[in-house]
Write a protein that binds this ligand. Structure first.
Ligand code: HEC
Ligand code: HEC
Length: 332
């Protein structure tokens, strides 16, 4: 037994001595498993006498064509812009049925959660009321008339509060989505007469729609009625912060994407109605409420190209609280 301990002790000592890392030594360390720790290579920016210019980092061979990263030679395709920096009106991609269906697929993966399956702005992220700025419907005149390049840019660069999808969606697929948005826009303004020219069973569609509506109604009716919380100024402030209103509206009169809320109540302005009529109004409580739930009803001429989407999905006590809060900013 004694002998065993002696041998074990010697072995342990030997092991400890050979395993002393961090000690200064002239000799190269014992390094049995190399793990590619040492290999001949040049670090970035390191000098290299092999080449006449002394650089180890080499230029690409003349005439090299970048694959997948060349975003400057074809502005129309990669940026949706003309060389003068204008949006291009029409996409630089050939339209085929399969291309459009590719767009549908990608749209439903990436965009429908917010913009809705038909592009009405009623995706689950918005109607679920998680406090995000609502995605606009594509069926507004502004977006119907928007050039293809602008729609493309919304995907490639994001727009105001919408993030960019450049890392998830390839260039060609972005154009496919733009094509599908155009199809959605067409689909939502088609008349029944026009529809009859196509091979669709309108009666069956109407029947399906009625059934879905009935199901929704019965689900709604089965819900326990909840006691609505009270509307307050403090809640209004909270709701406006939580829904991204403050990204576009200041409360102290300073300018932003939308008009400041400071001093709105009782101010007068020229507005354009939906019929295109320009009238002068005094901004009152009803106007403030209407501006929140239906911002397209009357547009302040200064902001005629309004980018505000309706917040009609908010519960009533939250809308009332917003009105109270915005009114309160005019009191002092
Ligand atoms: C997380 C929610 C969300 C998703 C997902 C989303 N969007 Fe948006 N989108 C928004 C919001 C919010 C705005 C309004 C931004 C603003 O005005 O601040 C917007 C605005 C837009 C606009 C209008 C641009 C303009 O100039 O007014 C277009 C076009 C658009 N989105 C396209 C898309 C497409 C295409 C996709 C899918 C690739 C997509 N969006 C995915 C939330 C979303
Ligand atoms: C993406 C920017 C944006 C967001 C987000 C936004 N708005 Fe607006 N809002 C505007 C613009 C632009 C106008 C002016 C255009 C118009 O009159 O239709 C406007 C107009 C208004 C007006 C009328 C003000 C006036 O002086 O005419 C009210 C009230 C208003 N918004 C409330 C809200 C509330 C409440 C929220 C959040 C729940 C909100 N807005 C979110 C851009 C935005």
């Amino acid at each position: 037994m004694k002998g065993f301990f002696k041998i074990a002790g010697i072995l342990a000592l030997g092991y400890t001595l050979t395993a002393c890392q961090g000690q200064l030594s002239e000799k190269p360390p014992v390094h049995p498993v190399l793990n590619m720790d040492q290999q001949p290579r040049k670090e970035a920016q390191e000098e290299n006498n092999f080449f006449a210019d002394g650089r180890s980092m080499r230029q690409p061979v003349e005439g090299t064509v970048a694959r997948g990263f060349n975003t400057t030679s074809d502005l129309e395709y990669y940026k949706g812009e003309t060389p003068e920096g204008e949006w291009i009106e029409e996409m630089p991609v050939e339209m085929t049925r399969s291309f459009l269906y590719r767009g549908k697929k990608q749209y439903e993966v990436f965009c429908s959660v917010c913009h809705g399956k038909t592009g009405a702005g009623d995706g689950i992220v918005i109607t679920g009321n998680y406090g995000l700025v609502p995605a606009p419907a594509y069926h507004d005149i502004r977006l119907k008339n928007a050039p293809d390049g602008l729609l493309y840019s919304a995907i490639a660069n994001g727009v105001r509060t919408m993030p960019s999808y450049a890392t998830q969606i390839k260039v060609k697929d972005r154009w496919a989505i733009v094509a599908y948005i155009r199809a959605l826009q067409e689909s939502q303004s088609i008349t029944e007469d026009e529809l009859e020219q196509y091979d669709v069973d309108i009666a069956a569609l109407n029947e399906e729609y009625a059934q879905e509506q009935a199901l929704q109604d019965s689900l709604e009716a089965a819900k326990e009625p909840e006691e609505a919380p009270e509307a307050t100024i403090a809640l209004g402030k909270q709701v406006s912060a939580g829904n991204g209103c403050v990204a576009c509206h200041s409360s102290d009169g300073s300018p932003g994407i939308g008009p400041s809320w400071g001093g709105v109540l009782g101010s007068t302005a020229e507005v354009v109605t939906q019929d295109g009529e320009t009238i002068t109004i005094t901004k009152d409580e009803d106007y403030i409420r209407e501006s929140i739930v239906s911002p397209n009803a009357k547009k302040d001429v200064e902001y005629e190209n309004s980018v505000m989407a309706p917040f009609s999905h908010l519960p009533e006590h939250e809308i009332e609280s917003l009105v109270l809060y915005i009114k309160s900013l005019s009191d002092n």
